[in-house]
Design a protein around this ligand. Structure first.
Ligand code: ZN
Length: 273
């Protein structure tokens, strides 16, 4: 999948930065060094650009907060979108190669993120991706037939040449989620104090049994809104308890980007066999 407008080296850096920068950026610090000797132009602007979900640094203004965020405004394949009237197609099913992982739990100023250990894979049509982290939005960013959910889980995977694939799982209110209790019972005290889950979590427990999914080509839903992201939104939600949802929304009551237009893109629905 093509990543628009950015040459490869900068794309990799932008993606690495997008995944790691937010806490450092909003604390006015430099993000961690990317694994390259190439210093791209504009990186200082990226490191210093703040963004938010409300007000003058809110989503309507992201594109003008930094040159690195221009795609947020000019991009034609942005996320999230409403998932309605998909084309019903038969694709190769998503192949999850998840196992157990310890979690490093981070409050990055925009969401709660859990970084996982290497070795958890997702294969889409023969292309292998590796799970880097998962994080949450409330309410959901994507909508299904116009309906939003209380929360949305994003499992972010990195693939060859900086490719990104995200698996999204809607979260509805219901029974307590035992695996995610490892996150909600161990929230970090603050932005600069990562926490750890006391024991490994089976990442398969984050997925519903049914793996039917909507797919489309979109973008990161946070600055720099990089395009070329393979989105896979599972049709079946998972549940968390009222208390677990409240543990998140007490910190982040509204960290969802508004819907973006499809601009001619097609959403497909793959029914898992
Ligand atoms: Zn997300």
């Amino acid at each position: 999948m093509e990543v628009v407008r950015l040459p490869r080296v900068r794309t990799v850096i932008a993606i690495a930065a997008a995944l790691t920068m937010t806490a450092a950026a909003c604390a006015g610090q430099r993000p961690p060094e990317p694994p390259t000797a190439v210093e791209p132009p504009g990186r200082e602007a990226l490191a210093e650009a703040h963004w938010a979900y409300q007000g003058e640094e809110g989503p309507q203004h992201w594109g003008s907060l930094s040159p690195e965020f221009a795609t947020c405004e000019s991009g034609r394949a942005q996320s999230p979108v409403d998932l309605t009237a998909p084309d019903d197609v038969d694709l190769a099913d998503l192949e999850f190669g998840y196992g157990s992982s310890t979690l490093k739990i981070i409050d990055n100023g925009h969401t709660i993120r859990a970084d996982v250990q290497p070795g958890n894979t997702l294969t889409i049509d023969g292309t292998r991706f590796e799970l880097a982290q998962f994080h949450f939005h409330a309410p959901s960013e994507h909508t299904i037939d116009g309906a939003s959910s209380p929360m949305e889980l994003h499992l972010v995977h990195l693939g060859p040449n900086g490719a990104i694939a995200v698996v999204a799982v809607m979260i509805v209110e219901g029974a307590r989620h035992a695996a995610l209790a490892a996150v909600w019972d161990n929230l970090p005290a603050g932005r600069d104090a990562p926490a750890a889950a006391p024991r490994p979590v089976d990442l398969n427990d984050l997925l519903p049994t049914n793996r039917d999914d909507y797919r489309y080509a979109g973008s990161l839903t946070t600055p720099p809104c990089t395009e070329g992201v393979a989105w896979n939104i599972l049709v079946t939600p998972i549940a968390m308890s009222t208390d677990q949802i409240a543990a998140f929304t007490a910190r982040y009551p509204a960290d969802n980007r508004p819907l973006e237009p499809l601009n001619g893109r097609h959403v497909v629905l793959d029914r898992a066999s």
